[in-house]
Design a protein around this ligand. Structure first.
Ligand code: GLU
Length: 429
């Protein structure tokens, strides 16, 4: 493992919590490495007749608390260090909100924007053929992540069913509703983040209308969080995507109308001084870096990892940071933020809404009983608030930051499951 790698970074953040819990060295040894790592090659016949061979991964980090759970990412920069770290984060994320799951993650090195729909389908089905033996409703249950969506999950579940000659919807979550997906899964990550952020704001006795929010990343999670916050009266003043962003000094950006324009123009940058937004709101064009450092009360990184680093952490003005992306803050930056008294709602809590509704989908698939959207929202709200309260009260009682509290809370559960099987102290007696 390389020093400064994403995986090392994630473990450093976890290790900070160890001084606040009792644990055995055996538990730490087991949690130091993934249970297993699967690397596959996926040959795909391209539309022009040529053959491309893609590399894919599935990392099983831990199955100590239940079958493993985690999304599949399609991105040109996917690598084993990243997938391992994301699988590690999944194990802790599920434990923070009390799901009966372990942690896993998958990824394929590909720029999906360069593939045709047919190529994307062949790649997705090929990935499932390659990892077929390693997944299943009681083994490992994949789901969407960066640049994968419900259509892709539908193809994947369908491929699994064809190979096994059985209908097993619970093998993959985040499927289209018509293929056994859950109502409320699509906006679950953004909605879960909204619930925890709302709880923090309540606990701090702040008023949404006085809070300026900037969101880096306008994908599924960022967009839905922005919309719900906007509806609740928070002032959305900055939004960005991979190409750049927009910031307003006065007024509020309306995420839905901006999404409509983005869909037409292709990027958020395209929104700048084109179309209706420019006419009604006075806003300026900013880079992603400028957006992170903008003069706001709440910053929401909702894109990818390693965005808040030792180089820019000192310039972050927001008092509250709500991590919708996985791993947006490096360990060094985390120290700097803590020193400056920033309140960070860590990824393993803030973005747990997606996997929580995935859990609901898995339950519905297994029982054959389907829930209304209202039920899904109510159950998600309860679980997110419970997760938040456990972390927040631990943070207060131990006088630690919320990330350390979240890791301590999750680690107690995971390590407890290791220790229940016997420790060195027990066997040496
Ligand atoms: N990819 C999402 C995450 O990072 C969801 C995982 C899931 O639903 O299993 O939490």
């Amino acid at each position: 493992m390389q020093k400064g790698s994403f995986f090392e970074n994630s473990k450093r953040l976890f290790h900070k919590s160890l001084q606040h819990i009792a644990f055995s060295d055996d538990a730490l040894k087991i949690l130091d490495r993934p249970k297993e790592t699967i690397e596959v090659t996926i040959p795909v016949r391209m539309d022009d007749g040529t053959l491309e061979v893609f590399t894919g991964y599935r990392v099983h980090y831990s199955d100590l608390l239940g079958p493993m759970k985690g999304g599949i990412r399609y991105h040109p920069l996917v690598n084993l260090d990243e997938v391992t770290s994301l699988a590690f984060l999944m194990a802790f994320k599920c434990a923070v909100v009390g799901l009966p799951f372990g942690g896993a993650k998958g990824g394929v090195i590909v720029d999906p924007k360069k593939l045709s729909k047919h190529e994307l389908e062949r790649l997705s089905r090929g990935y499932i053929r390659a990892i077929y033996e390693f997944i299943g409703p009681d083994i490992d249950i994949p789901a969407p992540d960066v640049y994968t969506n419900e259509m892709i999950m539908g193809w994947m579940a369908d491929e699994y069913n064809k190979i096994s000659r059985k209908l097993t919807p619970a093998v993959i979550t985040g499927k289209p509703v018509s293929l056994g997906g859950s109502l409320g899964r699509n906006d679950a990550t953004g909605r879960g983040a909204y619930y925890v952020l709302r709880e923090l704001v309540k606990a701090l006795k702040l008023k949404p209308k006085n809070l300026r929010v900037a969101i880096q990343g306008f994908g599924n999670a960022g967009f839905h969080a922005a919309s719900l916050l906007h509806q609740d009266g928070f002032r959305i003043v900055g939004l960005s995507d991979s190409k750049g962003g927009i910031l307003t000094e006065h007024g509020t950006l309306d995420p839905s109308s901006i999404m409509r324009i983005k869909e037409k123009q292709g990027t958020l940058e395209g929104v700048y001084c084109k179309g209706t937004v420019c006419d009604v709101i006075d806003h300026k064009k900013v880079s992603n870096e400028q957006l992170l450092e903008s003069n706001v009360d709440i910053l929401i990184p909702a894109a990818i990892e390693n965005q808040i680093t030792k180089d820019n952490a000192g310039r972050i003005k927001a008092k509250i940071i709500c991590e919708i992306a996985n791993g947006p803050t490096t360990a060094e930056a985390d120290e700097l933020l803590a020193k400056k008294g920033k309140l960070v709602i860590p990824d393993i809590l803030a973005n747990a809404g997606g996997v929580t509704v995935s859990y609901f989908e898995w339950l519905q698939n297994r029982s054959g009983q389907y829930w209304s959207e209202k039920e899904v929202h109510a159950k998600l709200e309860t679980m997110m608030i419970e997760g938040f309260r456990s972390v927040y009260s631990l943070q207060k009682s131990k006088k630690i930051d919320m990330r350390t509290a979240a890791y301590a809370h999750a680690a107690k559960k995971i390590m407890g499951a290791i220790e229940a099987r016997g420790t060195t102290a027990y066997f040496k007696q």
